[in-house]
Write a protein that binds this ligand. Structure first.
Ligand SMILES: [Zn+2]
Ligand SMILES: [Zn+2]
Length: 288
């Protein structure tokens, strides 16, 4: 994985996205003006027959339009797949045809009804202060729009891209429908928010610590089989197998009874705050 290879671009001042080519047919795309630890990594995986976008960002600017403009998609069908439906990963799904959107079955209903508590929508003006999406834009009105995903994913599903394939691993815990995607031939693991190099979040209203531990064990098994060489996480930088082992092992070790009590207390507060933030916004189809 090399940084700064050919295929990177110097974005125009007004361009919402920027990209970095990491390998043949693999790009990292970021939302330039969303200055927050919640800014998700968007991955583009190109195959001979089909391309896949892993996560879709906030949806404040059209990701498929950017990909076409950049010459990164358009010649093959494009599947937009979310590792889970939290707003930083799923907000951009609305710009794709619903038939080519895929999420795990456990979160499809919440996405289809535009449930912004389940999507933990939480955005502030400060995070977009360098360039608000439009004059007078209000973060409070931002919502994840309802999307009826055309493809529902389950553990073990294989997404065929032609000359490469991604296997779906259901890894609940951070959220009920969290998934990782594994490409065994290349040793790539797209880990979503299950594992990244930052404080892991298991205190949201629909998080489950026991499931999270089991998901970490599942990823350690994959590692023990020598099937992971690079992890492409939902946030922050890529990392290797040693870091994956540390992150997963540390989570399992610290997720005892004391942790469950404190996470439960934080979850109650987060639940109240999220409901206050996301109730009473009555125009979901008009928010950006
Ligand atoms: Zn998340
Ligand atoms: Zn996230």
């Amino acid at each position: 994985m090399a940084d700064g290879e050919a295929g990177d671009e110097r974005p125009r001042d007004e361009e919402w996205f920027c990209r970095q080519r990491l390998a043949d047919g693999l790009y990292l795309i970021r939302e330039r003006f969303y200055e927050s630890g919640n800014r998700a990594n968007v991955w583009l995986v190109q195959g001979s027959e089909r391309d896949v976008v892993v996560d879709a960002g906030l949806g404040l600017s059209s990701l498929p339009a950017y990909l076409r403009r950049a010459g990164l998609s358009g010649s093959r069908p494009l599947l937009a797949l979310a590792t889970h439906i939290h707003f930083d990963h799923s907000g951009g799904l609305r710009h794709f045809p619903a038939a080519s959107v895929a999420v795990h079955r456990a979160e499809a209903a919440a996405l289809a009804r535009g449930d912004n508590v389940a999507t933990v929508t939480w955005l502030s003006e400060r995070e977009l202060s360098r360039r608000p999406p439009e004059p007078g834009w209000s973060a409070r009105r931002y919502r994840v729009r309802a999307v009826r995903a055309g493809r529902l994913l389950e553990d073990g599903d294989v997404i065929e891209l032609g000359d490469r394939r991604l296997t779906v691993l259901h890894t609940p815990g951070h959220s009920p429908g969290s998934i990782c995607l594994h490409e065994p031939e290349q040793g790539l693991l797209f880990s979503g928010d299950t594992l990244y190099q930052g404080a892991l979040i298991d205190w949201l209203p629909h998080s489950n610590i026991q499931h999270y531990r089991q998901s970490c064990s599942k990823l350690l098994q994959l590692l023990d089989q020598g099937l992971v060489s690079t992890v492409l996480p939902g946030h922050f930088n890529t990392f290797g197998p040693d870091t994956l082992r540390t992150l997963a092992s540390d989570y399992i070790a610290q997720a005892g009874i004391c942790h469950k009590v404190s996470a439960g207390a934080i979850s109650c507060i987060a639940n109240i705050a999220l409901r206050a933030r996301n109730m009473g916004i009555s125009t979901p189809d008009r928010g950006t």
